[in-house]
Design a protein around this ligand. Structure first.
Ligand SMILES: NC(=O)c1ccc[n+]([C@@H]2O[C@H](COP(=O)([O-])OP(=O)(O)OC[C@H]3O[C@@H](n4cnc5c(N)ncnc54)[C@H](OP(=O)(O)O)[C@@H]3O)[C@@H](O)[C@H]2O)c1
Length: 224
């Protein structure tokens, strides 16, 4: 049995990662954005420890009490605001960078020792938007390109501690986020056209469970 911290466990990819870990008996630490969300997660995951921090307010991570040992940390929380820059307010730009980039960086710093103690794995759920930029996606692109760079540097820093770092780059995944993206793009939504979140969650688990002889720096998952 391992100990894992998961952000974004209330929805989409993070929820499926948390469910898979819980079903096999792993120790779960779930990060929720609010006390209400924390109550919902505590009710859904018997025995899980629930931490509360709004990632749009990265300072709220400062007081977080993290476990002494973590086999893995899965950063799945994320937001996207699809709009041209001239239609995007400063608050939205800041929120996207705070949730998708600054908060994972600060949280990683807080769990460094815990992950080193277990020779564990940091998994960042990035995006195809962390590899390729597209008009209308500037803030999301910036946050995810940044997250990729952070993960690449972290991998070099933590390797000597036996710690592995993986970025997962999915294309469009059929989650509530993707429904919202379609609405913003003014497109009809057909979940069956996109990657199932279960597929991405299975890739995350494959990374977490990898034998000690190897590392998977990057996983690219595209719709078939
Ligand atoms: N869906 C896609 O097409 C797609 C493609 C590539 C990459 N991704 C990436 O995959 C990850 C998971 O996305 P998803 O599709 O599973 O999205 P989702 O269903 O919208 O879930 C996002 C999760 O992030 C949490 N979150 C958002 N803002 C937060 C905040 N301020 N504080 C704490 N938690 C916050 C949400 O919390 P609540 O439960 O409280 O709302 C939710 O649990 C994201 O990093 C996303 O960028 C998604």
């Amino acid at each position: 049995m391992g100990a894992y911290l998961v952000t974004g466990a209330g929805s989409g990819i993070g929820a499926l990662v948390a469910r898979a870990l819980a079903d096999r008996g792993d120790e779960l630490h779930l990060l929720a954005r609010s006390a209400t969300r924390a109550d919902e997660l505590a009710a859904a995951y018997d025995g899980a420890a629930v931490l509360v921090a709004d990632l749009a307010d990265p300072d709220s991570l400062a007081g977080l009490s993290v476990p002494a040992r973590l086999d893995g940390v899965v950063h799945s929380a994320g937001v996207v605001d699809v709009a041209a820059l001239d239609a995007t307010g400063a608050a939205s730009l800041r929120a996207t960078v705070d949730v998708n980039l600054l908060a994972p960086m600060l949280l990683t710093r807080q769990v460094l020792e815990a992950v080193r103690a277990a020779r564990g794995t940091h998994v960042f759920v990035n995006s195809g938007s962390g590899l390729r930029a597209k008009a209308g996606w500037a803030s999301y692109n910036a946050s995810k390109f940044g997250l990729r760079g952070f993960a690449d540097a972290l991998r070099q820093e933590e390797g000597d501690h036996g710690v592995r770092v993986t970025s997962v780059f999915p294309g469009r995944v059929a989650t509530p986020m993707q429904e919202r993206v379609h609405a913003a793009e003014g497109k009809d939504y057909d979940a069956s056209a996109w990657i199932r979140p279960e597929t991405v969650a299975a890739e995350v688990l494959r990374v977490l469970d990898l034998g000690r002889d190897a590392t998977i720096p990057e996983v690219v998952v595209s719709p078939a």
